[in-house]
Design a protein around this ligand. Sequence first.
Ligand code: NAP
Length: 488
Amino acid sequence: MKYVVTPQGKKLVTLIPGDGIGPEVVASARRIIEAVGVPIEWDEQRAGASVFREGIASGVPEETVASIRRSRVVLKGPLETPVGYGEKSANVTLRKLFEAFANVRPVRELPSVPTPYRGRGIDLVIVRENVEDLYAGIEYVDTPGVTSAFKVISVKGSEKIIRFAFALARAEGRQVVHGATKANILKVTEGLFKRLFETIAREFPDIRAEHIIIDNCAHQLVKQPEQFDVIVTTNMNGDIISDLASGLVGGLGFAPSANYGHDVAIFEPVHGSAPKYAGKNVINPTAMILTAILMLRYLDEFAAAETIEHALLVTLEEGKALTRDVVGDAEAATTTAFTDAIISNLGRRSTHWQPRAYSPIQIPELHPDPVAVRVKQERVVGVDVFIEADTNPTDLGRALEQLTADSPLALYHVSSRGLQVYPDVGASIDYVDHWRCRFLARASEGEVNDAAILDLLTKIGQHFTWTSVLRLREFDGEQGFSKAQGEE
Ligand code: NAP
C-alpha cells in the first residue's frame, strides 16, 4: 500500500506547514479538505528555517524523517533556505532522502486568471527526473580558472521516470507523451534517455510517443502549448521548462507539484515562502489547494479531489472573492475569505470543466537487481588525461608525444573545452589552461592495463599537472565515450 490507514480508518499524512506564507496556504488547504470530510490523520512536523537555526544542517529533524517513514505521504508548505546555514535546501534533502525521483507539475489554464494564453485550453503535465543529471552536484574546480560538473544519467533512473510518465498518462487518460532531450548534442547522456524513451514507448501502444529536442520544446511551449499532454525529461531540462510552463497559466500562485518515489510521495506548491507576505493573510492559496488535490488522488480520494476542484473552479469563475495577485489590491479578498468562498462552494459544479477519469497511478517497481545493466564484454581501449597547463595546443601535443613515445598508449588528440585542438583541425579557438588529452592503445597492444595507465601518468606528471583521469571503455564493442568536436 502506498499510504497508511490507521486503525481508526484514517489515512495518515505528515503535514509540514513550512516557512513564510507556508502555514497560511497549508491551513487553507487543510480547512478545505476537512470541510469535505476526508478521513485524514495529520501528523504535524517541522522542517526548514527554524530547524536550520537550531543547528540541524539538513533542515529536517529526525522526528520529521521518522514521521515520513511511518506515513509515506507528505503535504508540505514551502521551506525557506536561509543563507548562512550551510545553504543546503531542506526541500532537496527531503526529495533525496526518500528518493522521490519523479517531480510532477500539472499546468492548466484556470478561470479568471489573466494570462496571454487565456482560452487556449492549456492542460499538460511535466514529469521531471528529480535525482540525477547535473543536480547530482558532482562539481570540481579543475584549475583556478576552469570548473566542471558531471552530468549523471543512468539506465535505471531514466527507465523509472519514463515508465512513470507513461503510467501517469494512463492514470489520467492522457494520449500523448513527449520525451524532451538534448540528445542531438549530448549523445551519450541525453542520448541514453532518448533511446530508452523510444524503447519503453513501444510497451504503451495506446499512447502516442514523440521525441522532441528540448530547445524546440521550450519554443513550442511558448508558441502552441495546447499541443502538449505529458512531457517527460531529464532533471535540468525539466527544471527550466516546468517554470516556463507555470508562467503560461498565471505563475507561481497557481502551480502545484508532487514528488513521487517508491516509498514516499511529497506534495508541495512550486512557490517559495514569499517572506514579505508572511502573516498578512493576502497570498493566493490556489497552488497549495491544487497540490492537496493531487495528494487526495494519490490517497484514492478521487471524489473528494473532484469536489474540491469543482469548488475552486466555481470560486475562480464567479470572481467574487479573489486574491490580490489576481485582481490587485483594491478589490482583493484575503486568503481566509478566498478559502471561505471555496468551502461555501463545495458541492457546486463548474459548468466549464470536464473532470478527467482519473485512476490510481502505478508507480514503477524498483529494479530488483541493484546494477540492472550487465554486458558480456568490456574492454579498456585508452584513457583521457586532463592536464592543467599554461601553454598552447601544439607545444602541449608535441611534448606529450615525445614523453609517451615508448608507452603502449599513443596520444590520439588534445581537446580544449570539447574541441579538438591537436592535431590542428583549423578551427579558430580561444583556449583555457585545461586540456583533455586522449590516449588510445597502440593497435598492436589491444587492451590497456592499469600498469600502462600508471606509467603514462608518471611520465606526464614529471612535466605537467594532471588533474583527473578517465578510462575509455568499450561495452560489447560499443564506444563508451564521446568524440571531441572536430574529431573524425
Ligand atoms: P517565492 O517565495 O516563490 O516568491 C516570489 C514571488 O512570487 C513573491 O514575491 C510573489 O510575487 C509571488 N508568489 C509566490 N507565491 C505566491 C502566492 N502563493 N500567492 C501570490 N503570489 C505568490 O520565491 P523567492 O522569493 O525566490 O523565495 C523565497 C524563499 O522560498 C527562499 O528562501 C527560497 O529558497 C524558498 N523557496 C522554497 C521552495 C520550496 O519550498 N519548494 C521553492 C522556491 C523557493 P510578487 O512579489 O510579484 O507579489
